[in-house]
Design a protein around this ligand. Sequence first.
Ligand code: 2AM
Ligand code: CA
Length: 300
Amino acid sequence: MAIFLGMQALYYIEPDLQIEIREAICYFGIMLKIDILEPSLKIALQAVQEAGDMIGSNFQNLQDSDIQAKGKNDFVTRVDREAEAIIKRIILNEFPHHQVLGEEGGYTQRKSKTLWVIDPLDGTTNFIQGIPHFAISMALMINGKVVLGLIYDPLSEERFHAIKGQGAFLNNRRIAVSRKKTLRSALGATGFPFKAPQFSEAYASTFRNLLLRCQDMRRCGSAALDLAYTACGRYDFFWEAHLLPWDFMAGKLIIDEAGGRSSDFQGKELKVQTSSVLVANQSLYSKILKILASHFKQVS
Ligand code: 2AM
Ligand code: CA
């Protein structure tokens, strides 16, 4: 009874402290299944729901003045910015001591070992073009490790989520990566390095090499959805050479919790600074990593 009440009390403690307490409990050999990140997930779900409704109501309804160029081939819309503002407001209202890193606004000022990494609209080019394939991506990191990932497609209302150690889910049903063992039978997904011409040669030769060996390849324009789709077995692997943490951090945990493998093109763990991303099931991962590493020397 005392232990049960103690566990309930954990809900009211900040997530990073909860993790430390949980680790301490596990250290003493008492394995208690407690959903300590549930309050954070609840808030993240509220954030994607509100931002997703706003994104959905603006889809195929943009004015030219809503679109600005951030750089070459790089666009942002009023909707990306408004979605980020909604998500930040909801998180910081509930957890004012947390830090947020958003694609459009960068880091919030307050430093914290609890960091939310957000892409308010992944697949902006699709959104602008009226192509119904984009998502919101939210990851919660504590001390540099991702502990919660959520990817939400506001049009299909598909919601992929994972909490560290508790599995990966699509609309609350458990998901797993595919069981394909041979590259010959595998369907891959990728993204072009359209803003990184320095990778175009290595990318083109890798693409050719992989395409000749696998079943086929898709390029749909949302890295977050590519990762989510790989986590539930729709794709067998995904690779892209030039991403940023808000594109892949939530997807990394969802893949890992769905039983897959994730790393950069050199086999190193995905971190905030990483830009190349490979994810696949256990059988395909090493085969593809070997090919990527041979084409992309030193690309992390
Ligand atoms: P975005 O729509 O949020 O910009 C398409 O290949 C994928 O690359 C999308 O997930 C897209 O996310 C992402 N992307 C676009 N520009 C990028 C950039 N400069 N750096 C990293 N990822 C980018
Ligand atoms: Ca974005």
